[in-house]
Design a protein around this ligand. Structure first.
Ligand SMILES: [Cu+2]
Length: 121
């Protein structure tokens, strides 16, 4: 390969790397609408008798999973059947998919001081 060809080959390779990097960086700015429904997930930890985060804002279609990190059992109960877990022992989970926009308040039926809110946009 001549010196000129070698320089051209290196230039083409370098350009390819730049294009791939630009595509990678564009991904995080994708709008919510372009994310497949199946990919919309969120997690709430139950720890130290608190739901964390206490208020969670999500897009419609998101599945929320609560995980009990405490040794004590907890529940996740809303005003109706949509949010109605049984007692969750340590490391047990409970999931609900939220399809309708609105504000959903819930709490623990065992410990009335525990409260959380899901805002579905
Ligand atoms: Cu509880």
């Amino acid at each position: 390969m001549s010196a000129t060809l070698r320089i051209i080959a290196v230039a083409v390779l370098a350009t390819s790397v730049v294009i791939v990097r630009a595509a990678d960086q564009a991904a995080p700015t994708a709008s919510l609408a372009s994310i497949p429904r199946a990919a919309r997930i969120a997690t709430i930890d139950i720890k130290d008798f608190l739901y964390a985060p206490r208020t969670l804002t999500i897009a419609a279609g998101t599945t929320v999973t609560w995980r009990n990190r405490d040794a004590e059992p907890h529940t996740v109960r809303g005003a109706d059947e949509l949010i109605r877990s049984g007692a969750l022992d340590q490391d047990e989970t409970y999931s609900v998919r939220f399809d309708k926009p609105g504000t959903y308040r819930y709490g623990c039926s065992i410990h009335p001081q525990m409260a959380g809110t899901i805002v579905v946009q």
